[in-house]
Design a protein around this ligand. Structure first.
Ligand code: AQP
Length: 327
């Protein structure tokens, strides 16, 4: 039976990239598959320093956000990763199967350890192994992945194969559900992806931004000195990234978007894109604000989610522990 697994870190309010690249497709997946798990990956989030009270609030905010985006707890299991201890337990076993050189070349490590003041924690280094544990703990068969995650999924597949070779055929090899993700770039720097933890306030459009904030961020979006609207990511990354956002929120192809924008200069076009984004995010923002006041309900959703996740995880981990020789 197919099982879908994905996760998001509670490192702040999700942004347009998280929504268009992941959350939007998560909503569709819960209609297509019977067993769908979405983890609020708090264990992953502490691979870089987090303030405890901010983290605590971000976990509930993320729960609110997932629900506001349309994830239905009756169809999808939404849970907090650290509430299911087997994630860390399986990760340990998989860590012992993974070689250091295999991890050294993975993108997240290369990018994030450069931005850390220290040289990056051991947790950050083995983050992809925890990701493999997340997926394999449920014997997941399908994982929606963005372009930025392909190498991590390959590690998960390799780890599953390695485990199977050593201990006997046990894990299904999970497949990526590709093409579900569109990479969205920072509004201040079209060469880097939009990111929750980007310190530049104007770079990231959050799902809770007011219409005024959204307009401001698009007005200040970095483009070039050509005023025409074209889609040419290589030579004109700034304006092309706006076209890509516009296309993703409207569902129209980039060629149609460009055609419709003939005669507009980039300054006018920025406002058009801002408007389309506001249309898309407004209902989510309102629902999110309503849910943020329902903390008891959010906690209950997470509690129920963790119970269901544990029911699925426990027998898998138990078998792994037997195969490894712990039992
Ligand atoms: N810019 C993006 N464009 C498209 N998809 C994106 N995702 C993230 N940024 C973009 C997708 O969102 C999902 C959840 O991401 P995550 O929270 O696990 O961590 P991340 O990829 O590291 O996201 P951020 O926003 O950059 O968080 P921080 O700043 O905390 O590192 C993933 O499916 C990801 O592909």
């Amino acid at each position: 039976e197919p099982r879908v697994f994905s996760g998001i870190q509670p490192t702040g309010i999700p942004h347009l990239g998280n929504y268009l690249g992941a959350l939007q497709s998560w909503v569709h997946l819960q209609e297509q598959y019977n067993t769908v798990l979405y983890s609020i990956a708090d264990l992953h989030s502490i691979t870089v320093p987090q303030d405890p009270s901010t983290l605590r609030a971000s976990i509930l905010d993320m729960a609110a956000c997932l629900l506001a985006c349309g994830i239905n707890p009756a169809k999808s299991c939404i849970f907090q990763q650290s509430q299911v201890a087997e994630h860390a337990e399986l990760a340990w076993i998989l860590n012992c199967l993974t070689s250091m050189p295999r991890l050294r070349h993975l993108p997240q490590w290369k990018v994030k350890c450069q931005t850390q003041k220290n040289e990056g924690s051991a947790g950050l280094f083995t983050y992809p192994v925890l990701q493999a544990a997340d997926i394999l703990l449920y014997k997941s068969t399908h994982v929606p992945v963005g372009d930025d995650q392909v190498q991590h999924l390959e590690l998960t597949q390799d780890t599953a194969r390695l485990f199977n070779r050593i201990y006997g055929d046990f894990f299904p090899i999970p497949r990526g559900i590709m093409g579900t993700s569109k990479k969205i770039y920072s509004l201040r720097d079209p060469s880097s992806k939009m990111s929750k933890s980007d310190p530049q306030k104007l770079a990231t459009v959050r799902l809770t931004d007011s219409p005024e904030e959204i307009v401001l961020k698009f007005r200040k979006a970095v483009t070039d000195f050509t005023s025409e609207v074209t889609y040419d990511p290589e030579r004109r990354p700034g304006v092309s990234s706006l076209v890509a956002i516009h296309s993703a929120v409207t569902g129209l192809g980039t060629d149609i978007i460009v055609q419709q924008s003939r005669g507009m200069d980039t300054a006018q076009y920025k406002l058009t894109v801002a408007d389309a984004v506001i249309q898309k995010l407004c209902p989510i923002r309102e629902e999110m604000q309503r849910l943020q006041r329902e903390q008891g309900y959010l906690r209950e959703v997470l509690y129920q989610g963790a119970q269901r996740a544990k029911e699925m995880a426990a027998p898998v981990y138990d078998s792994v522990a037997r195969l490894v020789g712990f039992r």
